[in-house]
Design a protein around this ligand. Sequence first.
Ligand SMILES: *[C@@H]1O[C@H](CO)[C@@H](O)[C@H](O)[C@H]1NC(C)=O
Ligand SMILES: *[C@@H]1O[C@H](CO)[C@@H](O)[C@H](O)[C@H]1NC(C)=O
Ligand SMILES: *[C@@H]1O[C@H](CO)[C@@H](O)[C@H](O)[C@H]1NC(C)=O
Ligand SMILES: *[C@@H]1O[C@H](CO)[C@@H](O)[C@H](O)[C@H]1NC(C)=O
Ligand SMILES: *[C@@H]1O[C@H](CO)[C@@H](O)[C@H](O)[C@H]1NC(C)=O
Ligand SMILES: *[C@@H]1O[C@H](CO)[C@@H](O)[C@H](O)[C@H]1NC(C)=O
Length: 558
Amino acid sequence: MALFSLVLIPFVISTDIASACQNTDDFVGASSPGDIVIGGLFAVHSEMLHPEEHPIKPVIQNCAGFEIQIFLQTLAMIHAIEMINNSTLLSGVTLGYEIYDTCAEVTKAMASALRFLSKSNTSKDIVEFKCNYSDYVPRIKAVTGASYSEVSMAVSRLLALQLIPQVSPASSAEILSDKIRFPSFLRTIPSDFHQTRAMSHLIWESGWNWIGVIATDDDNGRFALESFGVQAMANSVCIAFKEMLPAYLSDNTFHTKVDRAIEKIVKETRVNVIVVFMRQFHVLKLFKKAIERNVKKIWIASDNWSTAVKISTMPNIRKLGTVVGFGFKNKDISTFQDFLRNLHEKPTENNKFLREYIMLLSVCAHLDNYDFQMCISGQSQYDLMQNVENKHQIWRDDFLNANIEPGFIHSTILAVYAIAHAIKGQCKDRNCKDPSAFTPWELLEELKKVTIIDDDKEIKFDSKGDMSTGYDVLLWKEVDGRMEITTMAEYDPENGYFIFEDEEKKKEFLDLKKVPSTCSQHCRPGQMKKVTESPHTCCYECVYCPENHYSNRTGKEL
Ligand SMILES: *[C@@H]1O[C@H](CO)[C@@H](O)[C@H](O)[C@H]1NC(C)=O
Ligand SMILES: *[C@@H]1O[C@H](CO)[C@@H](O)[C@H](O)[C@H]1NC(C)=O
Ligand SMILES: *[C@@H]1O[C@H](CO)[C@@H](O)[C@H](O)[C@H]1NC(C)=O
Ligand SMILES: *[C@@H]1O[C@H](CO)[C@@H](O)[C@H](O)[C@H]1NC(C)=O
Ligand SMILES: *[C@@H]1O[C@H](CO)[C@@H](O)[C@H](O)[C@H]1NC(C)=O
Ligand SMILES: *[C@@H]1O[C@H](CO)[C@@H](O)[C@H](O)[C@H]1NC(C)=O
């Protein structure tokens, strides 16, 4: 049975999305003019396709792996800009946008960043070299993005040259808080520091101290692992094993490494809790194998996949045990949901992502549920072009809504609003219809001071350019045979504690404790620990204290 209602609509499908880049304007994913233009960088595709193993000619190639939830973030940016233009916030000054796909690749993102730096109002895209950019007017005034921290870091170095403000809704790596290295970078989410600390608190409070960690072997994964290691140690939690999986699926050791990770998990039976810092696609691959091997554990999800519908709808996902995750705070996004409902009425000529999505709907139309999900993310732009003729043109009404990851939609809208409020500040006594009215570096100064109202709460960037919006602690629960992602608690990063809405939620949390994940039993009064598996202080034997010594404390506090 189809999960989503189908609506037939008269779309005209053009096939030009597949020609990656003939001239520079082809390179833009979605755009709309305005007095002040904001750039966007999003990993709408998860990889770039190379005809050979390594690029030989310097040409930007097609991409593959359409990411619905990131496509939704580009729509959230557009929605926010349309709302601002249709409000009195900027009193007549209009915002435009230019959104580019990074395909999760640094090189592709750098090409877009280079374009952002090029001079405004010239027919050619020329980046002028200068020793002093104080008076320079680039094409855009600010950037929203990128998605992956690895990409944000690289782009930020380039944008810092002109001090163009960059506000990311998703890059959480701790290192990006360093304002000496990343002076023009800000974000509307907290740094991973708070997330890894929250995870360690959860683990400690549940009485677990012998756990496994699996991460993607890229900057995101490595930084998260390092940060988690420090936090775990501070909370006396020991890491029994760490496994890293290659960042690129094209790496031919990928499958062996997944197998090796699964073997580790199976062999280390005392470990029942596994922390997973991975990209969604990797989690899918890992879980597929884990389900085949009947692995049943408690999985702790990082923000990257804690709300991924693609994963929670996997067949047999409930056999894996329990998933507890951390996600960025979820707020009311009903106006965005309305926007999505009317999306099929929107013109598509200035939005390649939307055109591609419509083509994907047609190509995958014959499939249902999970297969449909996989089909959408499994097509390359090249295949699409070959495939699209003679297909029905359909619209699945609720598919986009079902795939929303609310935390990221909220952080994207916040990013645009923060920029708009800063622009308002700059335009107080200037004619902002003139694109050279103010420079990006002036906007950056304004942005650092901006206060916005979010759900009746005043929020602003802290001195590191982060927003401490907090986290939701999520629990994946089976309801009527389907996996639902529910909010179990809130985590207050400032005070480091969990807040429960009611007793029932509190009980869900306490229930987690019933599964142990420790290396050794707690020692009893009169006993002391003798460490057996150095360097792990969590593994010990309990031996009776020597004569004339005693301990009246239990193991947890020793
Ligand atoms: C506001 O901006 C959006 C996107 O740039 C544009 O489609 C719309 O026409 C603009 N509205 C006004 C009133 O300028
Ligand atoms: C713009 O604002 C008006 C009045 O607030 C509203 O009726 C209209 O639907 C809005 N349009 C869009 C595209 O949001
Ligand atoms: C853009 O450049 C053209 C000619 O190069 C000029 O006539 C026009 O006024 C410029 N527009 C702005 C907004 O500076
Ligand atoms: C850079 O250019 C601005 C504007 O032209 C000027 O005011 C400033 O003194 C210059 N800075 C340096 C260090 O040369
Ligand atoms: C999670 O993904 C985001 C991009 O969506 C990235 O910026 C962040 O660093 C990632 N975190 C980890 C721990 O991989
Ligand atoms: C252990 O002994 C100390 C000193 O006599 C006492 O203050 C403490 O309350 C005792 N703790 C427990 C758990 O019995």
